[in-house]
Write a protein of this length. Sequence first.
Length: 228
Amino acid sequence: VHVGAGVHSTKRAKEYHQAMKAACLAAMHILCGKKGTASDAVEAAIMELENAPATNAGIGSNLNRLGLVECDAAIMADGVDNSSFGAVGCVSDIRNPIQGANAVRKAYDLGPDPATGLVPPMLLAGWGADTWAKEQGVSMDPNNRHKITEHALTRYSEYMDQVNSCKLPSEGTKNRAEPASNVKATDDADDLLMDTVGAVCIDSRGNIASGVSSGGIALKVPGRIGEA
């Protein structure tokens, strides 16, 4: 497992270690079961990372320009007999985005509906993803505020202040905007680049799975789907 691509604050090292330990234990619990698979273990591990406020995934995610959380998640499984993939993007209501992604993967893996011939999705985004996931029994939490931590909210306010303090371009100038003199890069160790969390697993039957989850970049345009 990894608790987030990028640079990590030494001040929050204990939180990161706790999150990774919880993720590994959750995955091991799945694998110790008789029907535990690599893909379900990856889902369980990343759910723990999404539930950890210190990560940029699920709870604690970066906020978009409207101050809201929109998450992306994906999972890929390479089994003995077949391979499959599923992903969700720009979701707000799914409690754990990786659970939604794995539900998409499982549905797609089943193939077209035998009665209607309708093809299941491989990637769902936004309102459609939230609605579909709810219909499939995925755990939901429509209160977006539950994913917003005080740390993320404070950083959002600071970033927006910096953006709003930029000088507007003068008429006839070539540059679109010029940074104001009072905008400075922060050296705060808690304000370092944090990005996608993930996990990779192989089970006793030789099935391999990997997954990622992310809240995306700070101040992203609402509706943006990132690399995760």
